[in-house]
Design a protein around this ligand. Structure first.
Ligand SMILES: Cc1cc2nc3c(=O)[nH]c(=O)nc-3n(C[C@H](O)[C@H](O)[C@H](O)COP(=O)(O)OP(=O)(O)OC[C@H]3O[C@@H](n4cnc5c(N)ncnc54)[C@H](O)[C@@H]3O)c2cc1C
Length: 436
């Protein structure tokens, strides 16, 4: 194939690749190359994203970006079975040995199996770009083409060469882009070692729930927790209308807290040991839909400093988890990935021609950077403050609202420097505990 003016090839057809396609599709033709076969409707368990079997909630900041580039996305998501819930009122959250306050926050979080998000993005992308977008499923990129000091295309495992003006690496955390480019970006890793174990449960119609999501957080003495999200029957492959469904994920940090289950019984056995039994009691009224829980081990956070590579060729950038992936327990990965892509908007018309890639790498690096070094004194101060914030959240809706706005990417963390906010945090999170 000859080089086509302004043609973007995206490697990886998951969240970051799909949203990058929506952005670059405004300026160029786009081809998405995905090594997995085209997923059937609502299919989970695709090998390219093994994490898709586990809980995936979507935060407001991420949804807003998806809606910006794919108008109608939210409506499609809901019609495909997503469950928008009030992130405070509809969530029962046990944290630091107490239940969080539940109040009408108005901010939403979207609950669904991961496949619902990907399917909705694909549908909206096709509707938006029509003939400007192509997908090649079951095709693996194994090489890059170079034209002097710029990347000018990709080579597939079957030897087919595809020329383009920009190659976007959206291959996720285990990207092979450094190998393909023969460069070694500086990579900062943090050991996390959090293990996931997940089951979907079906409930008869008469069972009632007093929340749409339940979270039992690890405590100082037990490094294990669990999350339950209610999901709609339409979002479950073979779901029965009228029945209720929940997806439950248990997670544990470090070797001692490893949650590995071979059977449903083992799943219940560890659930029983959590500091609050609410999830155990709830799930006993339902029936597990599979005999064996699915497992996932997230070993480390990875942040690749692509901008630091000397003599990095033009015509190539990385996005999403290929740049920065963080502890999944905070449920922020997708939002973080698409907000990084949103930050590329001012450069996009030049990027599709293969230019300004160095600037784009810097923009994405800065988004992923921890503002405070982990081994510094300030880091410990901030951590202590956050501990008080979480405790205060159980008593003060004002503190809770601010925390949610920051954690869900709706506001800058700087709003936490407000004097009234700090005063409430100190009172409800610390001093009040001593007074009473
Ligand atoms: C257990 C777990 C739970 C999580 N829960 C949440 C949550 O609740 N909320 C949230 O926002 N985030 C969550 N995340 C994070 C989220 O899954 C990721 O941040 C997100 O999927 C990153 O998207 P991505 O497109 O960058 O990469 P990925 O989703 O990893 O996709 C990479 C894609 O590239 C394809 N690919 C790889 N190599 C090639 C190649 N050579 N050729 C062609 N295609 C290739 C793969 O098949 C895959 O489709 C969770 C993560 C984990 C591990």
């Amino acid at each position: 194939m000859d080089i086509v003016e302004n043609r973007v090839v995206i490697i990886g057809g998951s969240v970051a690749g799909l949203v990058a396609a929506a952005l670059f599709g405004e300026f160029a033709n786009v081809l998405i190359i995905e090594k997995d076969l085209q997923p059937a409707e609502l299919q989970i368990g695709r090998s390219g994203i093994p994490q898709d079997q586990h809980i995936h909630s979507m935060l407001e900041g991420g949804r807003v970006v998806m809606e910006r580039y794919l108008p109608g996305f939210t409506e499609t998501l809901i019609s495909n079975g997503s469950r928008p819930i009030d992130r405070s009122n509809d969530v029962a959250w046990f944290h630091h040995n107490e239940w969080k306050l539940r109040y009408k926050d108005g901010g939403l979080v979207y609950l669904q199996p991961r496949a619902v998000i990907d399917q909705s993005l694909i549908a909206c992308l096709v509707a938006k770009l029509h003939t400007k977008i192509e997908f090649q499923y079951g095709a693996r990129v194994t090489g890059l083409l170079f034209d002097e000091n710029r990347v000018s295309g990709v080579r597939l495992s079957n030897g087919v060469e595809i020329k383009c003006t920009l190659v976007v690496d959206a291959m996720g955390k285990c990207t092979t882009f450094p190998k393909l480019l023969q460069v070694t970006p500086k990579t900062v890793t943090d050991k996390i070692n959090v293990s996931y174990s997940t089951l979907v449960f079906e409930f008869p119609e008469e069972v009632t729930f007093d929340a749409d999501a339940y979270i039992v957080h690890p405590t100082e003495t037990l490094n294990r927790g669990a999350v339950v999200n209610r999901i709609n029957a339409t979002a479950v492959a073979n779901g029965t209308p009228g029945c209720s469904y929940v997806i439950c994920t248990q997670f544990g940090y470090g070797e001692a807290a490893r949650v590995h289950h071979e059977t449903v019984e083992e799943f219940f056995n560890t659930l029983k040991t959590l500091p609050e039994r609410i999830i155990y009691t709830l799930l006993q009224q339902g029936k597990a839909m599979t005999a064996k829980p699915s497992a996932y081990l997230f070993d480390k956070q990875v942040h690749r400093h692509w901008h630091s590579v000397e003599a990095m060729p033009d015509g190539a950038i990385s996005v999403g988890d290929a740049v920065c992936c963080t502890d999944p327990v905070f449920g922020r990965g997708m939002a973080h990935a698409v907000m990084g892509i949103n930050n590329l908007f001012p450069l996009a018309s030049e990027l599709v021609k293969g230019g300004r890639c160095a600037e784009a790498r810097l923009v994405l690096f800065q988004q992923g950077v921890d503002p405070i070094p982990r081994d510094s004194f300030m880091f410990n101060v901030v951590n202590q403050f956050l501990f008080w914030v979480f405790r205060a959240q159980a008593h003060s809706p004002e503190v809770s609202r601010t925390l949610y706005r920051v954690a869900h990417y709706e506001s800058s963390p700087l709003i936490m420097l407000n004097v009234m906010f700090i005063a409430r945090v100190l009172w409800f999170g610390s001093i009040r505990q001593w007074v009473y």
